[in-house]
Design a protein around this ligand. Structure first.
Ligand SMILES: *Cc1c(COP(=O)(O)O)cnc(C)c1O
Length: 342
């Protein structure tokens, strides 16, 4: 049986994107954020490919998520961004990023002397020990590997918050002198050397997202959704199409009904504005996206049922058209795709 819905994942492009970050990271080690199942593209395949390139640090959320990704390649480390939670087994080969004094106490007692990281919150107020509360003695007796923080506005190069967070973090790093420090994901890594410290944790940019204007045009698209055309019809001027008749033909039009919908992450934000390539031509979505189907104006192509439509899914453009974030466009793709790794 073949699926009428495919997600092509270009692993050579992923590898090239990782090398782009690695070539610009200087002395900082380039890891990879592979949470949310590798941003929707399959964590196991992404990890295997990036390990071949020389990536050694893989960031996921929880111990469960790390277990689902399968064993790490030799020499690689899985990090749990959400730290060491009740019920997590300290014998699992994971380095937790401890986020609070409570987690540190729990870790000290459950896994004395075992390697761990610590996350400091330098102003995002999301996850980590608050920079005002942070004192060096919190780390007493820990086998601390990397001290982390995370930027709130790294995709806004002009935001004063970047420099504020960096200064707070640099102060703590100066006081604690950890073996390694890390502040930046994809966006921060593009803000310059001062933001890179000893390691970077890019995610979005690896998968073809544009995290910062400096990366525009530098990173290759990785994910390409494509769906089968199930039906083709002609409609007369004045006829409508789709739920709530939101689209009306202004002239005789050929419409194709394609096997993708909002349950596949092709959200209603693409109604009447998303585009697909049919026989190499850019064709526009006609009317509302349904749960499992989308209607497309196929112009004068002679597309037939059984032909395929490839979504125009370059992340920065698709985000602009739909108003969704590049992150949502990737991680929302859903479970019905047959993944094809190139
Ligand atoms: C998700 C995440 C990253 C990766 O961020 P991108 O913007 O996708 O590059 C890095 N660090 C932390 C703490 C994260 O949660």
């Amino acid at each position: 049986m073949t699926s009428p819905l495919r997600l092509s994942i270009d692993l050579p492009a992923l590898a090239a994107n990782w090398r782009w970050f690695d070539a610009r990271s200087g002395a900082a080690e380039t890891g990879a954020a592979v949470k949310a199942d590798g941003y929707g593209l399959g964590a196991a395949a992404v990890i295997a490919r990036l390990a071949e390139e020389g990536c050694r640090d893989f960031y996921m959320t929880t111990y469960d998520e790390i277990a689902a990704a399968g064993p790490m390649p030799p020499g690689c480390t899985a990090y749990a961004l959400h730290g060491f939670r009740q019920g997590d087994d300290p014998r699992t080969p994971v380095v937790p990023m401890l986020n609070s004094a409570q987690q540190i106490a729990h870790w000290r007692q459950a896994a004395p002397g075992q390697a761990c990281d610590v996350m400091v919150d330098t102003g995002m107020n999301r996850l980590g020990i608050g920079w005002r509360e942070f004192t060096a003695d919190l780390l007493d007796g820990l086998n601390l590997r990397t001290l982390h923080s995370h930027l709130a506005c790294s995709d806004e190069p002009d935001s004063p918050m970047n420099a504020e967070q960096r200064a707070r973090f640099a102060g703590i790093v100066e006081a604690v002198r950890p073996a390694r420090a890390a502040l930046s994901g994809s966006g921060g890594a593009c803000l310059g050397e001062a933001y890179r410290f000893g390691a970077i944790r890019p995610g979005l940019g690896l998968y073809g997202g544009v995290p910062h204007p400096a990366a525009a045009g530098q990173l290759a698209s990785v994910a390409a959704p494509a769906a089968e055309i199930l039906q083709v019809r002609s409609v007369a001027a004045g006829e409508s199409a789709g739920y709530n008749a939101c689209w009306t033909a202004t002239h005789p039009t050929r419409l194709a009904t394609v096997n993708i919908g909002y349950a596949d992450g092709y959200l209603r934000a693409f109604s009447s504005c998303g585009e697909m390539l049919v026989q190499g031509r850019r064709c526009r979505v006609a009317g509302r996206i349904s749960m499992d189907l989308t209607i497309v104006d196929i112009g004068d192509t002679d597309a037939r049922p059984g032909d395929w439509a490839t979504l125009v899914y370059s992340l920065a453009d698709a985000a602009r058209i739909s108003g969704l974030s590049q992150y949502e466009l990737l991680t929302g793709l859903g479970r019905r795709y047959q993944r094809r790794y190139l």
